[in-house]
Ligand binder design. Structure first.
Ligand code: B1M
Length: 207
C-alpha cells in the first residue's frame, strides 16, 4: 500500500481503487498534503502531459478527472476548516447564453486537481455574477468558457466588466470557437486551448 498506488489508480481511471487507497493511506496516518500532492495532483499532471503528447484523449481525461475527484472527495472534509488547497482561487463558468459545460467541467476539475480552490458558477453566467464571485472569493483568476460563436461577445462583456470593477484578478478564456487572437482582442490575460493548457496558464498567472 502506498501513495504511488493512488497515482496509478488515477491513471487507470479506477475510481473505486482511488477511493479505497486514499482512505487506506489516511487510516495509516499518512499526511493529507502528501496524499493530495504526490497521489492525486501528480497523477493529474501526468494525465495533462499524456494528453498534450497525444497519448490520452478527452474521454480518458474525463475519466481520470473523475477518479481524482473520488479521492479528493475523501480528503476535502479533512482539510482543516478555513484551510485551502493553497495555490490560489479560480472562479470559473460558461458565459451568458451558453449551456455547454462538459469542457468547462473538465477544465474546472483539472484546475482543482492542480491544487487551486475552484468556485464553479456553472453555465449561462452573466458578467455581474463573475464580478461578484471574484470579489467575494478574492479570486486570482476568472476562467471563462464558451462553445458558441454567438456567446463569444459575452466574454468581451465580462472582461470589460471585470476591468471596470477594478478587481486585481486575471481573466482567461477558452472553448472551441475562441483563440489567442480573440483573447488579445478583448484584453483577456490568457487563452487555454485545452484543460492542461488552462492549468498551465493559471499556474503561470498565479505564480
Ligand atoms: Co452544442 N454546439 N449546441 N450542444 N455542441 C456545438 C458547440 C457545435 C459546434 C455543434 C455543431 O454545430 N457542429 C455548435 C456551435 C456552432 C457555433 O457556434 N459555431 C453547437 C450548437 C449550434 C448548439 C445549439 C445552438 C444547438 C441548437 O439548439 N440549435 C445549442 C445551444 C445551447 C446553448 O448553449 N444555449 C447546443 C446545445 C448542445 C447540447 C445541450 C445538446 C450539448 C451540451 C451538453 C453539455 O455541455 N452539458 C451540446 C454538445 C454536446 C455539443 C458538441 C457536440 C460537443 C461539445 C463538447 O462537450 N465537447 C459540440 C460539437 C463539438 O464540439 N464537436 C456542440 C467536448 C468537450 C470536452 O470539449 O467543450 O471544446 P470542449 O472543451 C475543450 C476545449 O474547448 C477547452 O478545453 C476542453 C477540454 O480540452 N476549453 C477550455 C473549454 N473551455 C475552456 C476554458 C478555458 C480553457 C480551455 O479557460 C478558461
Amino acid at each position: 500500500m502506498s501513495i504511488q498506488e493512488i497515482f496509478n489508480a488515477v491513471l487507470a481511471f479506477d475510481d473505486a481503487t482511488v477511493k479505497t487507497k486514499t482512505q487506506a493511506e489516511l487510516d495509516a496516518g499518512n499526511d493529507i498534503q502528501a496524499i493530495l500532492n504526490d497521489g492525486l495532483i501528480s497523477a493529474m499532471d501526468e494525465v495533462g502531459e499524456k494528453f498534450s503528447s497525444g497519448e490520452l484523449f478527452v474521454p480518458e481525461m474525463l475519466m481520470a478527472a473523475q477518479a481524482m475527484k473520488a479521492g479528493l472527495a475523501i480528503l476535502k472534509p479533512l482539510l482543516a476548516e478555513g484551510s485551502r488547497q493553497g495555490r490560489g482561487t479560480v472562479v470559473i463558468g460558461t458565459v451568458k447564453g451558453d449551456l455547454h459545460d462538459i469542457g468547462k467541467n473538465l477544465v474546472s476539475m483539472m484546475i482543482e486537481g492542480a491544487g487551486f480552490d475552484v468556485v464553479d458558477l456553472g453555465v449561462d453566467v452573466d458578467s455581474e455574477a463573475f464580478v461578484k464571485a471574484a470579489s467575494e472569493n478574492k479570486a486570482d483568476v476568472i476562467a471563462l468558457s464558451a462553445l458558441l460563436t454567438t456567446t463569444m461577445p459575452a466574454m468581451q462583456t465580462t472582461v470589460t466588466a471585470v476591468k471596470e470593477a477594478g478587481l486585481a484578478v486575471k481573466t482567461i478564456i477558452g472553448g472551441a470557437p475562441v483563440s489567442q487572437a480573440f483573447a488579445d482582442q478583448i484584453g483577456a490575460d490568457g487563452y487555454g486551448a485545452d484543460a492542461p493548457g488552462a492549468v498551465k496558464l493559471v499556474k503561470k498567472l498565479v505564480a
